[in-house]
Design a protein around this ligand. Structure first.
Ligand SMILES: [Zn+2]
Length: 284
């Protein structure tokens, strides 16, 4: 077993305005939310690993493509700035795109796979085989479920496909949480002892909101299964988190995501802060 993860940086790659029923099955259709689009950077042995890649800006900024790929006015993508969300988010945390040595996608929905274009032909991309096969083989059905082949059919993508649970980097394990999509995966992240140990479980869309986790509520999006089938993966993630003493983080929670972003940013600047507290004694 290798070393664990040394630093975690949460990114917000945009937002989406949508009915809460997209996240919680059966929620009132007129309850509208604005949810963050998540990305997670993990500093591993060998470089940074990026979990999920946000929207494909071309499909939003081009009016004709937008009519095709965002036909429902009730589900509105919001980009953070005028450029590429990944570039802007990486700039803000002082990490260069070239420092990302591998990518993994939880699943292929439009708000998670749209940035794969930045990595095609450059770095390995981890996913579940069931997800990629579903996305490529059943045209046009995936498109009706907001899985857009244009985001991931580039033959230059260096897929690393898994059939179930797999360690994709030292300290990072992909855990299948099928249901939301046919090959959805979540991630268990174990921190290196030098980074304080412990860890986190990133649910991504196996649980959009804190209430999906706390009240074990089915998510609103599911492919090929009944909504209730999305509860078992939530319980499994809770069990993994509970056994390890790790926190389980939902994928799209408008309060929890920014709160965790700030908490992790503070935690991983803490060593500097701690040595600053020691002051002149350490510099003598
Ligand atoms: Zn999704």
């Amino acid at each position: 077993m290798g070393q664990g993860v040394r630093r975690i940086v949460l990114l917000t790659l945009g937002w989406e305005e949508l009915p809460k029923a997209v996240s919680v099955h059966g929620a009132p259709a007129d309850e509208i939310m604005v949810e963050p689009v998540p990305g997670v950077l993990l500093e591993c042995d060998g470089g940074w690993l990026l979990l999920d890649t946000g929207f494909n800006t071309a499909l939003i900024n081009d009016p004709a493509l937008r009519r095709r790929f965002y036909p429902d006015p009730a589900q509105r993508p919001i980009l953070p700035g005028p450029g590429e969300p990944l570039d802007e988010a990486l700039d803000a945390v002082g990490i260069d795109m070239a420092q990302i040595h591998a990518v993994a996608v939880s699943h292929l929905h439009l708000d998670h796979a749209g940035g794969l274009k930045h990595f095609a032909g450059r770095v390995p991309v981890h996913a579940q085989r069931a997800e990629v096969e579903y996305g490529l083989a059943n045209h046009p059905e995936p498109e009706r479920h907001a899985i857009y082949r244009i985001d991931f059919d580039d033959p230059r993508i260096d897929w690393r496909l898994a059939d179930g649970e797999v360690e994709i980097a030292p300290g990072v394990t992909a855990v299948p949480t099928y249901g939301h999509t046919p090959g959805h995966q979540s991630f268990v992240v174990e921190l290196d002892p030098s980074a304080g140990g412990g860890g986190f479980v990133f649910a991504f869309d196996a649980a959009d909101l804190t209430e999906n986790i706390e009240h074990e509520l089915p998510v609103g999006g599911f492919i090929g299964v009944e909504p209730e089938a999305t509860i078992e993966p939530i319980r499994r993630l809770k069990r993994i988190a509970g056994e390890r003493g790790f926190q389980l983080i939902p994928g799209h929670d408008p309060r929890e995501w920014p709160r965790m972003t700030a908490e992790l940013a503070a935690r991983f600047t803490a060593p500097g802060a701690a040595s600053a507290l020691l002051g002149p004694a350490t510099s003598g």
